[in-house]
Design a binder for this molecule. Structure first.
Ligand code: ISE
Length: 337
């Protein structure tokens, strides 16, 4: 199909499969032509859901498949750097799931490769920037609707965490969303991170420090606090209250439907991020396809991915040591201004 962007999807796990489905159902202008996953059966199964897509175990083979003009990277974080460098080598537009890389050094190597290419090719999957409520909050803050922001009070709760989740991943895999959201909403950098944790919840797997309270200080003098609780048991909740000098604004109350029956009033609680952020994922993918078709990146870029990785790294040190940890960040290269 001429005029249709051919996409290779690297990683056929939960997010990869969800993106493949999305290209078939809600996102026009692109189609999946190749799928890669180390689990060959999984790759075949997901490729079979996209007409004409080939299945591969080697990401490089998927990138080299006929018709590939862009890449979605949805493999686990530690596999991102290699896939990103390979995509840049081929000068392909990329949508990379968060985190860009698990560590700041890896993210810097990706930035260097993109700078050698001389143009921005990478968008990072910080999909909250496409969520209608977050967009409204950003517009309100930008318009000065609540005055100078002083606090962001955030709650990030998951019903349960995957079996491979570590204490550090509460920061690098979950709070990394609040890191990006805070930088974007406030237009400021995070300068230092502290982490406190109560006695772990009985609902958390043995040894997992869950929940945690992550405190971030920003370059404009605001404070961001995040309660992250990934085995809260009751559902998926992402909330944010901004408090400014002249007011406050709250998003993420997740109003669904009030049910009154059998003498009780109740409301469903969404269980999962693919449901809570379904519209945001759709908008993100549409925006990426439209920009990629014009050879542009309009969403969060590799610099945002690097900044989030640098803040995560400080957060991991703070978690390990119990000490407030300043964020060390390289200067912003001209390509990202
Ligand atoms: C997951 O990878 C996500 O991106 C979700 O939005 C987040 O809530 C969850 O904690 C992460 O593990």
């Amino acid at each position: 199909m001429s005029g249709t962007l051919g996409v290779a999807v690297i990683g056929a796990g939960r997010m990869g499969a969800d993106h493949v489905r999305r290209f078939g159902v809600t996102v026009g202008g692109a189609r999946v032509v190749a799928v890669a996953d180390p689990d060959g059966d999984r790759a075949k199964e997901v490729a079979a859901s996209a007409e004409g897509a080939s299945a591969h175990t080697d990401p490089a083979a998927a990138l080299a498949a006929p018709g590939v003009g862009a890449v979605v990277i949805a493999s686990p974080g530690p596999a991102h750097e290699e896939a990103l460098l390979a995509a840049l080598e081929l000068d392909l537009p990329v949508l990379c799931e968060k985190p860009l890389t698990p560590d700041a050094a890896g993210a810097l190597r990706v930035l260097e490769a993109e700078q050698r290419l001389g143009r921005r090719r990478i968008q990072v999957g910080f999909m909250r920037r496409y969520d209608a409520e977050y967009v409204r909050l950003k517009e309100l803050l930008d318009a000065g609707g609540i005055g100078r922001p002083l606090f962001l009070h955030c709650r990030h709760r998951n019903a349960s965490s995957p079996s491979f989740f570590t204490s550090g991943m509460l920061i690098s895999d979950s709070v990394v969303h609040e890191v990006d959201a805070a930088r974007w909403l406030l237009g400021q950098e995070v300068t230092a991170v502290s982490v406190l944790s109560p006695a772990s919840s009985a609902g958390a797997p043995e040894g997992l420090r869950d929940p945690q309270l992550v405190l971030m200080e920003t370059s404009g003098g605001a404070i961001v606090d995040v309660e992250v609780f990934v085995n809260c048991g009751f559902g998926y909740q992402v909330r944010c209250e901004a408090v400014g000098e002249a007011g406050s604004a709250r998003i993420g109350e997740g109003r669904t439907m009030d049910v009154e029956a059998a003498g009780r009033r109740s409301e469903e609680i969404v269980q999962d991020f693919t449901v809570r952020f379904a519209d945001a994922y759709d908008r993100q993918l549409r925006a990426w396809v439209a920009a990629a078709a014009r050879g542009r990146v309009t969403g969060p870029d590799a610099w945002d991915g690097y900044a989030a990785a640098a803040v995560s790294e400080a957060g991991l040190t703070a978690l390990r040591t119990g000490v407030r940890t300043p964020v060390e960040m390289a200067g912003r290269p001209p390509l990202y201004h």
